[in-house]
Ligand binder design. Structure first.
Ligand SMILES: *Cc1c(COP(=O)(O)O)cnc(C)c1O
Length: 399
């Protein structure tokens, strides 16, 4: 049977693999051999599901959005990852990886973060498990994301400002990999999205797949069938989307729509729409689409949403787009803002600006009245309030 999941060699079609320095070879091999057996062991499954239930607050509700459904002429359900502890889906992955790290005998955690969301999730689980942790963060981002920096420190993490390059996510990632190279024995690198060398994209997708596992059961209960007609999610690196579609990837009855960050527009030069604008390259140890110039230098991505401006994309998503299994739409800043205000006013839910890029696809799709649509709200909007306030009077989004 045709499958879109990862193959034995760690590839999704022509994307993926593990392009890593020699010195990490053994460490990554060890992870590659360990992750499936450990994730599938009874001990880990029990610990993981107990924490997801009692600590994160899962299952997250599948909420029938009545007014939004009326507006878009379909049966629209929202998968509420915004209701998780720490306010987004990232905690699902962070908990899974720290349990895996412990099983593998690792004693120290490192992570990279851009906007700080993955840093906060990692610092949270390190506090929970009493593990020392260092978070690499570009110095520019440290200034921009002050509140998340304070949060990480309060949780006991060491935040390490990175002064190289543009001092943003890519530079933080390089520095985290450098640290990993120096301490491959005792250190576990918790990657925050479906990116990085194999097996990370598959590991993260599996840890987030609880989202589609729950959708199946919840749709069965609400609709009498366990699959929707449409699945929709935003993509930065691709983890909330991967979780949303995981159990439906090979089910062609289900249409997949992914919203990437258009920024000021795909032709504006100020965009984070990697699938639209990227070309084949290697980033973060993976062969995938990359925002780069002719010399292979990374082009700094732009999006109003700090969580979506990653210059690469998960290899799974590059493959789904290339094979036309998924439709990828670039949703611009103004469309996302409009969608965020709309959800707030119609349903009383303030979404993360990242999640608003999934909502921003709704006006572009022609639904039929009885189409069942599931859209993942990846996080809540508290962290984006300053941005929303600054833009509330922009043309077109005034209420
Ligand atoms: C980090 C983040 C994203 C983007 O990451 P993915 O790996 O693409 O899911 C989306 N939404 C929220 C709320 C985030 O914090």
């Amino acid at each position: 049977m045709k499958t879109y999941h990862v193959n034995e060699e760690g590839y999704y079609g022509g994307f993926g693999g593990a392009y890593i320095p020699e010195i990490l070879y053994k460490t990554v091999e060890h992870l590659k051999e360990s992750y499936r057996p450990i994730l599938e062991s009874e001990t880990l499954k029990n610990e993981y599901s107990t924490l997801l239930k009692d600590y994160v607050g899962r299952p997250s509700p599948l909420y029938y959005a009545r007014r939004l459904s009326e507006k878009y002429g379909c049966k629209l359900y929202l998968k509420r990852e915004d209701l998780n502890h720490t306010g987004a889906h990232k905690i699902n992955n962070a908990i899974g990886q720290i349990l895996l790290a412990r099983q593998m005998g690792k004693t120290r955690i490192i992570a990279e973060t851009g906007a700080g969301q993955h840093g906060v999730a990692t610092a949270t689980v390190c506090a929970l498990m009493n593990m020392p942790c260092r978070i690499y963060m570009g110095a520019t981002d440290v200034k921009r994301q002050h509140v998340n920096v304070e949060r990480m420190k309060m949780l006991g993490a060491e935040v390490y400002p990175v002064e190289s390059g543009n001092k943003t996510l890519k530079d933080a990632t390089n520095e985290a990999i450098r640290d990993w190279c120096c301490h491959p024995q005792d250190t576990f690198y918790i990657i925050g999205s479906t990116v990085g060398p194999h097996p990370y994209p598959d590991l993260v997708a599996r840890l987030q797949s609880v989202i589609s596992q729950e959708i199946k059961a919840q749709l069965q209960e609400k609709e009498g069938r366990d699959y929707p007609d449409y699945l929709m999610a935003c993509v930065g690196g691709g983890s909330n989307a991967a979780g949303t579609i995981f159990h439906y990837i090979d089910d062609e009855r289900v249409k997949i729509y992914l919203g990437e960050a258009g920024g000021h527009g795909v032709d504006s030069g100020e965009t984070a729409a990697t699938i639209h604008c990227g070309s084949l390259g290697i980033i973060h140890g993976s062969r995938t689409l990359v925002m780069q110039n002719e010399d292979g230098q990374i082009i700094e991505p732009y999006s109003l949403s700090a969580g979506l401006d990653y210059p690469g994309i998960g290899p799974l998503h590059a493959h789904l787009a290339r094979e036309h299994r998924a439709t990828v739409l670039a949703v611009n800043d103004d469309e996302a803002l409009r969608a965020a205000f709309e959800l707030t006013r119609l349903e009383g839910i303030i979404p993360a600006l990242e999640s608003a890029h999934a909502l921003g696809m709704l006006p572009r799709i022609k639904f039929r009245k009885d189409d069942v649509v599931v859209l993942t709200v990846s996080g809540r909007g508290d962290k984006d309030l300053d941005t929303y306030l600054a833009h509330r009077n922009d043309e077109g989004i005034q209420r």
